[in-house]
Design a protein around this ligand. Structure first.
Ligand code: MN3
Length: 238
């Protein structure tokens, strides 16, 4: 009897709390402009899914800690703005904002894109290659898929310190390049300009646990887990 009464009481309290929550949710004032608006997107696959090429612990820390920190710090950095533009618009006009917006807005944009450009290794690794219009454009611009991979890997290896390697399309033309820190090719301050088609994070936090100083091994492994369907979509494959 005692425990039944306790149960009823807890149930009643929970219902009251729930209805208060619903009222708050429904009738709360609109969030103040600039209130925390950016959120960490979930990984589109399990954190173990890219093994052995990108290890589970790296994915867990890279997504859950590093990317989360960019999101948190970006939200702090935009707190005082009257209205917060979209992430892409922030990047396009990045010279107007603080270094904190540049570093963390870039970090949030780059990682959000990067996760979607990875996928579990295909059963036949040899088949992991671009298709359709993107495949044709790569052959036209770089001579062959192999030549493209070499040029992209070179850009990734030669980016001194922390940064990103990119395949971009600019005025209909593909180009390879890299950016320092969390800069990206959308940014008005970037030397490399264009719409990203492929991205590779070459910060040590992206590979150090598994590959230590061997960045070239990480870059080689990357080719096994590139999501070419997504890259094709970004390029404009029909
Ligand atoms: Mn990173």
């Amino acid at each position: 009897m005692q425990s039944r009464r306790k149960f009823i009481r807890i149930a009643a309290l929970s219902a009251a709390a729930l209805s208060l929550f619903n009222r708050r949710t429904l009738f709360a004032a609109a969030p103040k402009p600039g209130a925390a608006s950016f959120t960490l997107p979930p990984l589109p696959y399990a954190k173990e899914a890219l093994e052995p090429h990108i290890d589970t612990l790296t994915m867990e820390i890279h997504h859950g800690k590093h990317h989360q920190a960019y999101v948190n710090n970006l939200n702090k950095a935009v707190e005082t703005m009257d209205s917060v533009p979209s992430l892409e618009d922030l990047c396009r006009n990045i010279s107007k904002y603080s270094p904190a917006v540049r570093n963390n807005g870039g970090g949030h944009y780059n990682h959000s894109l990067f996760w979607t450009l990875l996928r579990p290794a295909q059963p036949a690794n040899a088949a992991n290659a671009p298709t359709g219009k993107l495949a044709d454009a790569i052959t036209k611009e770089f001579g062959s898929f192999e030549a493209f991979k070499e040029a992209f890997a070179k850009a990734a290896k030669e980016r001194f310190g922390s940064g990103w390697a990119w395949l971009v399309v600019n005025n209909g033309k593909l180009a390879i390049g890299s950016t320092p820190n969390q800069d990206n090719p959308l940014m008005d301050i970037s030397d490399l300009k264009g719409r990203p088609v492929l991205a590779l994070d070459v910060w040590e936090h992206a590979y150090y646990l598994h590959y230590q100083n061997r960045r070239p091994d990480y870059i080689n492994a990357f080719w096994n887990v590139v999501n070419w369907d997504r890259a094709g979509e970004l390029y404009g494959n029909g």
